[in-house]
Design a protein around this ligand. Sequence first.
Ligand code: AMP
Ligand code: GLY
Length: 424
Amino acid sequence: MKVLIVGGGGREHAIAWKVAQSKKVDKLYCAPGNAGIAGVAECVDIGVMDFDKLTAFAREKDIDLTIIGPDDPLAAGAVDAFEAVGLRVFGPRKNAAILEASKAFSKDLMKKYHIPTAAYETFDSPEKALEYVETADMPIVLKADGLALGKGVLICSTREEAREGVRTLMLDKQFGSAGDRIVVEEFMTGREVSVLSFVDGKTIKVMTSAQDHKRAKDGDQGLNTGGMGTFSPSPFYTPEVAAFCKEQIFQPTVDAMRKEGREFKGIIFFGLMLTEKGPKVLEYNARFGDPETQVVLPRMKNDLVEVFEACIDGTLDQVDLDFEDNAAVCVVLASDGYPEHYEKGLPITGLEEFEHREGYYVFHAGSRFDSQGRIVTNGGRVLGVTALGEDLKKARANAYEATKWVHFDNKYMRHDIGKAIDEA
Ligand code: AMP
Ligand code: GLY
């Protein structure tokens, strides 16, 4: 089979690495890819939103299966564009990707189908939102309705912060039209867990659990980022929690989408908070998580392409997902200054260390080749260093050891990824 992966971050590197191992795959392309992905796939210089060029390329090369990685093309109808010209593609159609693309949609869906989530109100008008925060309980959470690179969520401790937040999202338009509408939500406390799942429209099969670290700095300080590191499994996702989620959250979400005429095929990522009153949904994503994928796929035993095909064909009920009985930790190496201002184009050395070590992986998030053929930094998040271990503590020690193998100027990382493991 010939396979095309659309995307160019750490998530797509992990997907490409796993797809490349499939016995069904003879040729793998990635658009646009990056310098790390180039080690497992032929990279093609086409942007993720350029559907005309992507579909033309897939037809020209007789691609048998395309996998769409990021949220933006899914929300804009990439899957519909491929299907319209008769190409086989993995991911939700536009009318189902809205599960992630509109927070107001997902909150209304949960309310209608009694799926546990935080209480909320939706506002299209800044005046109404400002009026509401004058009497609401603090802290409170403000969320831009649309896609905002995981950064459109503001947690406000005081009324003044809440007023400022409404202005930032709705008047100053810090996240553009994503803030035309906002969701104002009850603040919840508890452990966060990410659960990724495969969905074929009817059947849902969940993968092993993981936990992300969204803030830029140690101790969960600093700005929200795309994710600074992950571990898998989460010791807080107990069999009791899993059973509750299966019954009250996972299958009900898939059924709700079908009943709404928005059959979901692809990946649903459940961002959960384990509150005192039980697990509740923080958010849905309609794609693999980044950097959750970098700890989940290295532990997966199945042939990933077979699972993708079962989702497309509606035969997921016949698939048993199987994960190694071990643990993985991913530490993101970023450019100092991320998520605000940072330099790019700095040479990266030491990557070859990973080539011959089993259980250690370096997934490239932002890298490219410069004119001299050197691999240089090309983003805020640069690399995700993943290590396996027989348990979480060993995996964490291994991952931090491996972060020492790679160098670039301005290398920055959190030093407390997986600290919660010690409290389990
Ligand atoms: P989201 O993109 O909706 O997952 O939000 C990003 C992060 O903000 C989450 O991972 C949580 O850490 C935090 N967050 C979102 N909603 C809430 C909430 N209702 N209560 C407390 N924290 C929240
Ligand atoms: N790691 C969170 C996300 O992918 O949105």
